[in-house]
Design a protein around this ligand. Sequence first.
Ligand code: NAD
Length: 248
Amino acid sequence: MRLKDKISIVTGAASGIGMATSINFGRQGAIVIAADIDLEGAKRTAEKLEQEGSIGIPMKLDLSSLAEVKRFINQVLERFENVDILVNNAGRFSTLPILEMTEEEWDGVMDVNLKGTFFLCKEVLPNMIKQGYGKIVNLSSLAAKRGGVTSGINYAASKAGIFSITKCLAKFAAPYGINVNAVVPAFCDTNMFRSLPKEKIENAIKSIPLGRPARPEELADAILFLASDEASYITGEILDVNGGVLMD
Ligand SMILES: NC(=O)c1ccc[n+]([C@@H]2O[C@H](COP(=O)([O-])OP(=O)(O)OC[C@H]3O[C@@H](n4cnc5c(N)ncnc54)[C@H](O)[C@@H]3O)[C@@H](O)[C@H]2O)c1
C-alpha cells in the first residue's frame, strides 16, 4: 500500500476528480478526509470508501472563507495529530465572457481557486513542518497555460496563480521534507466538463490527440503518484495530464 495510514485531505471530494482521488487514496491505505462545500456529496464519497473497507471522513469546507478554512483545519487537527497529504482539488468554474465580467464573479472564482488553496496550505504547513513530512498536490488547468477558450478569464487567471503558489511553496517547504506539485488537466469527464455546451465539448474532444477526455481515475492516478513517496525527489513540478492536447 502506497499511502498506508497517511492522513490525507482531499478538497472537492464530493465529485469528479476529487471523488476518484479519495477512492484511490483509500485503496492505498490512506485515511481520507473528504472535504467539500457539498457535505451530502462528501458523505456519499465517504460511504463509498467505507464500502470498500477504507476510512473516509466527510467534512464540510467552504474554501471561499478564510474563517471557514481555519475552522476546518482546527476540526481536522482536533481529531488527528498530523496531516500528511493535502490535495487542493476543489474548483469553481466560470464561463463568463471577458466584457461581461463582474467584480462578484471575478472574486467568487479567485476566492475558491486561489485564495482558498493558498490559505488551506498556509494552515496545514505548520503541522507538516513540525513533523518534517508532507505532500501537497494542487489542481491547475490547461486554461492557465493556453488562455481560456471555453473558460472564463478569472478561472484561467486563478489557475495560472496555482503555478506560482506551487513553485513558491515548493521552495519554501523543501527544507522541511515537504513536496509541493501541481497537476494540470485539460478535459476530464466530470460535472465541470459536462457543464459546457455540447458543441464546445465536441470541439474539445476533436482537439485531443488521444481522442477522448480523461477519466477522473486517470487524474487520480497522477495525483496519487505525486502524493506518494515514489515522487520523493519531485517538487515544484507542473505535471500535464492532458491526452496530448498541449505538449510543452
Ligand atoms: N474536468 C475538467 O475538464 C478540468 C479541467 C481542468 C482543470 N480541472 C480542475 O480539476 C479540479 C476538479 O474538478 P472536477 O472536474 O472534478 O469538477 P467537479 O465540479 O466535479 O468538482 C469540483 C468540486 O469542488 C467543490 N467546490 C466548489 N466550490 C467549493 C468551495 N467553495 N469549497 C469547497 N469545495 C468546493 C464542488 O462542490 C465539487 O465537488 C478543479 O480544480 C478543476 O478546476 C478540471
